[in-house]
Design a protein around this ligand. Structure first.
Ligand code: AMP
Ligand code: MG
Length: 410
């Protein structure tokens, strides 16, 4: 009996939990999620400084002399990184470089472009007000302020912010270590010619890559033949050291599809083998060995990748502590028909999602939809979600799952 996609997704998500919280070095935190609220202990900027290259002045010195000109003498230069300086005498200015500390008694900085320099003297070509071009201490971040709430996913700018306030380590949910196995006696890796009946293992390579992109530390567990003893050894020896295992092949209804039988044995009956009302990727197995989740993806290369997106990626996000587990679907206009027949399944149609000149999304189905046709999938960047029924006509609004970056349609 086929079960709805949402039931299978919930089954998985109810059985994975976020990994342990720990302090991780800043530069290893990309795509991880904070396990506590992050509070700033330092101010940004840490001191009043200049936003421009120019001249630090006192606006009270800007009174015209009897001849009617406003002139200041340049008494020195201050660079970024110099210790605090001061304007020591009336009617003097200091040359100052972007990022340098505002000298004591200065209350404005005039841009180089807004003064006329003659020898040691400057005159002004535009009006100046107190505070001009000064970046105040704490104007970006004040000490004690909340930088990020708990469960913020750390991207590049977040890491920059954390560095700017002096965090060497950050409290996060730790990164998952995930092992990848390909199962099948027909599979060989690159490096030698194929014998009759053999094919090359592609799933391990695409799955390892997609896992790295999901922020996981990937462990290559190699190819295992359709042999119950070899499979048992591979699963049992690796499960204890890993946060999850992703395996492909052997979960269907073939005579030598041992993966699901072996997993059911080594998981102590915790393995559930499902037939899901989707195409591709109908067969799927999930269970735990000890506490380690095992994802049994179908062997067909397109199915394996679609199954990854629907089941493994949301589970990894949950392990990493993310709150948003499912990427939102986008609405796009179909440029061609998405014709299908009624079969009780939701179809995930390999498609090209493009942005037209007006900025609108257009989606086009690709020709070869066989679940073994990975080359065609490599041309696609999205899956069009086609519910059970007759499909869509060109011009209809279609919901799509984006997988890879958008391209432009010309
Ligand atoms: P299975 O799920 O084991 O019945 O495999 C379904 C189909 O996918 C068969 O044609 C397999 O040869 C193929 N297949 C299984 N695993 C892989 C793999 N790692 N790389 C490429 N094709 C595979
Ligand atoms: Mg197989």
């Amino acid at each position: 009996m086929m079960i709805p996609l949402s039931e299978a997704q919930n089954h998985v998500l109810e059985r994975v939990s976020n990994l342990r919280a720990m302090a991780v070095p800043l530069d290893e935190c990309l795509d991880l999620c904070t396990s506590a609220a992050i509070v700033a202990e330092e101010a940004i900027p840490p001191f009043d400084n200049t936003a421009v290259d120019g001249f630090a002045i006192r606006t009270s010195d800007l009174e015209a002399d009897p001849a009617g000109t406003v002139r200041l003498r340049v008494a020195g230069t201050v660079a970024a990184g110099d210790p605090p300086s001061e304007i020591a005498a009336p009617k003097t200015a200091l040359r100052i470089m972007t990022g340098a500390v505002i000298p004591r008694r200065a209350d404005a900085v005039v841009m180089v472009e807004d003064v006329i320099v003659e020898g040691d003297y400057i005159t002004f070509s535009s009006p100046v007000s107190p505070g001009d071009n000064i970046r105040r201490q704490g104007s970006d971040i004040t000490p004690g302020s909340l930088l990020f709430p708990e469960r913020t996913v750390l991207r590049a700018a977040h890491l920059g912010v954390l560095a700017s306030v002096g965090y060497a380590k950050v409290p996060v949910y730790r990164r998952a270590r995930v092992g990848v196995i390909s199962t099948g006696s027909e599979l060989v890796d690159t490096g030698r010619p194929l014998n009759p009946g053999e094919i090359r293992d592609s799933n391990r390579h695409s799955l390892m890559a997609i896992l790295s992109g999901a922020g996981v530390e990937v462990i290559d567990l190699g190819v295992i033949a359709d042999d119950p003893e070899a499979l048992r050894k591979a699963f049992v020896s690796s499960a204890a050291d890993l946060d999850a295992i992703v395996t492909s092949g052997g979960v269907s209804v073939g005579d030598f599809d041992y993966t699901k039988a072996v997993l059911s044995e080594v998981s102590g009956g915790q393995m559930r083998w499902m037939q899901i009302a989707i195409r591709p990727a109908k067969p799927f197995a999930f269970g735990t060995i000890g506490t380690t989740p095992v994802f049994g993806l179908p062997g067909n290369p397109v199915s394996a990748m679609v199954s990854f997106e629907l089941f493994v990626r949301p589970a990894i996000k949950k392990m990493h502590g993310y709150l948003d587990l499912h990427a939102p679907s986008l609405a796009a206009t179909a440029t061609n028909g998405y014709r299908r027949h009624r079969d009780g399944k939701t179809h995930f149609v390999r498609s090209l999602l493009e942005v037209d000149e007006s900025g609108s999304l257009q989606v086009t189905s690709l020709d070869k939809q066989g679940s073994h046709m990975l080359h065609e999938m490599s041309r696609s960047n999205a899956l069009a979600i086609t519910p059970d029924g007759d499909g869509f006509d060109a011009g209809d609004r279609v919901m799509v799952m984006q997988l890879d970056p958008l391209t432009s349609r010309h």
